[in-house]
Write a protein of this length. Sequence first.
Length: 324
Amino acid sequence: MSTGPAELVTLGESMVVLVPESPGPLRHCERFTRALAGAESNAAIGIRRLGHSAAWISRVGDDEFGRYVLATLRGEGVDVTWAGRDPEAPTGIMFKERRAGADSRVVYYRAGSAASRLDAGDVPEAAFPGARWLHLTGITAALGAGPRRAVGRALDLARRYGLRVSFDPNYRSSLWPVEVARSVLWELACRCDVLFLGTDESRILFDTDVPAAVAKAACEAGVRFGALKRGAEGAVLWDGPALTEIPARPVPAIEPTGAGDAFAAGCIAGLLDGRPPAECARLGAICGALACTVLGDWEGAPERDVAKGLLEGDGRLEGMGATE
């Protein structure tokens, strides 16, 4: 149970992901490892490991996979008080297909899942008084009209109680066509204080991936702070008209999934700590790079002392880096 307001509130779907032990087409894979996946819960875990409290709002099935999701998040210190168990809909499942020499391909079994039945009534006002931050992604909005209403209520409550709002469009073409997504993502982006986006999403929202042009367009839309994530090329932070290049941290990359969520968690944690903006983005780059060093989506997220040592010291990681 909750013992007080969490600093960060987020909402969205977390699923059980089954990862094959060997690469190749799923039809040839016989053994799988079970794990947890979800952009918002990835960020919540990252925030917790960096020393801040986080609460996750969602629905899971009243099934064994739902219990697994809740137990895993509790084990990472995330407050799941506001995650309901749905007796009529299952917890979502996804499979990763590991392809040699390429990024993993994801296959979803989430239609009709408990989280797809999220609605405004699942977002309790009680989660917001005393909180400091709301983090959202476009994935929740992609799940349907009810989840979009839930996101809208969360935004309304964040404004009522003075929370800062960050948003990562996290566009997934398998969930909705770009023609539908563009207007929804634009509306959500314009209601946030901090925008994290990759180059593909910047092209959807602003028709460009040129950092200066993205920053100008974002500021004109009212979002005067954010970061354009460019994978192995690092990121570009904008703070009003000022741009700062943030280099990627080199790591032996295994799997980039979850790196963007870790980047957001690091940047948000730095802002909650009161660090200078560029330092926050460097912390985000460190977290994003370390997330790439493991096969899971969040297991590589660093603890506070490790991230602080890399940020303030000369810690170096070798290999390839990513922030997207």
